[in-house]
Every structure is written in C-alpha cells, then in structure tokens.
Design a protein around this ligand. Sequence first.
Ligand code: ZN
Length: 270
Amino acid sequence: MTGRALAAGALAAALACTRGAEPTAPRAIVDLSHPFDASTVYWPTEEGFVLEPGFAGYTEQGYYYAANRFRAAEHGGTHIDAPLHFAAGHPSVDAIPLEQLVGPAVLIDVSEACAADPDHAVGVAELLADEARSGRIPDGAIVLLRTGWSSRWPDRIRYLGTDERGSAAAAKLHFPGLGAEAARWLVEARRVHAVGLDTASIDPGASKRFDTHQLLFAHDVPAFENLAGLERLPARGFEVIALPMKIAGGSGGPLRAIALLPGAGAGGTR
Ligand SMILES: [Zn+2]
C-alpha cells in the first residue's frame, strides 16, 4: 500500500467515524416531474401554463437580473390533488402531512394492459398479481402506477384522447386510470399514504363521477398526476419525495416529485 493510499484510507475512516456511520452510499435521483411551459398538458377547461416575461438583462448598475411572472391552474402539469379537491372539509394542499409526501414507494407497472385498452381501469387482481411478482406493498407506502402514458406527453390527442378545449371536450377524454375498487383496497388493506400515476387524472379519462378521486380523498389520501420518469424506477426499494407548492387553502398545486434509488450509482442526477 502506498503512503497516499494509506492517507486516503485514514481519511475515509476518519470521515466515517465523525459521521458515526458508513460513508453515504451513492444513489441515483430520478426526476418525476414534467417541466412547466407552453406545451404542458392541462385539463381541457383550463388555459394552461403562462410565463409572462418580466425583466432579463443587465441593469444600469452593471449586474444581470432576470425575473418573470407565471399564471396557472392548480391542476395541470405534474401536480398534486389535495383531499379538498373532492372532499369538503378535508385537507387543503398546505395541510397534507409531510409524512404522506415523503417515504418508501412502490411501482406497479400496468403498461401492458393500458396499451391494450386506453380506457383501462386498474383492478384489485392486478395489484395482487404485482404483489405476487414483487412482494407485498408495505403499509403506508406511496404507490405509483406506470401506465406508459408519459411517453405520449405532451401530444394532447395521444395523451388525453382529444386536443379540443372547453367543457364539451371532457366527454372525449380517453386514458387509463385507477379503478375505484382497487383504490379502496389500497386505502383499506394497505393504508397507502399517497397514490400517483403518469396520466392526467387518477380516474380513467372516460370517468363521469370520479369515483376514485372521491374515495381516495374521503380517506385523506392525496394523488399525484401527470408524473414523468416512472420507466426508470424499480418495482420496490426506493423512496419518493413529492413536495407541492404550499398554496394556503389550495385544492392542489404544481408538484416537484423525485425518486431516490439507494445504491444505484453516483452521478445519477437527471
Ligand atoms: Zn388534479
């Protein structure tokens, strides 16, 4: 062993010692949010994301300065639905306990069934089949459903089923979602903290009553919608951090969500 290797070893040992633990394992960070811009998908009744240019350039004092304004609906792009969205008197977005937005997560890949049927509603049998394959969904997990729809983003016809705008367009929406029975099972049998997916709504697009929204939010389980990057996640063994804008009294809001994959390699920030 060279003197340099010895010194490096001593340094590593000293660092481990001062931290009182092994050096932090390398991990990858996966971005689960789409960017917000003019192409970001919003519900047909909404205007979309508007960035109003403010100032960008050098000031008279010689320093550079940039600042814009933005305007947007709470529900559009990668966002969270707070329980208040469909359940009167239930938590608004600023009141959702952080414990429900940060923690162990699982990924359930339902993309094959969704590719075969764009109106597919994920059922309990699929959740049980996933558990048989990948292990039990731990109580209190954040459950993410990968329908495969994010690969269609931001093509509104392929992603929503229509690029028409206005309330009449809502009848033409087609994309998969979580069935209400499966939502009930996740809430009652697995006590999930949150549910998310890569489509515009946790209910299938063809839904008229939004049963899954009603059921989840009556149980104070928030939903993440229009997620990205789910194809990069394993079935188990990762964590999600999903922190929305803290809009006081809001029914939802823009969401920056990431996944942490322990030991997946250094330099994995994307
Ligand atoms: Zn929403």
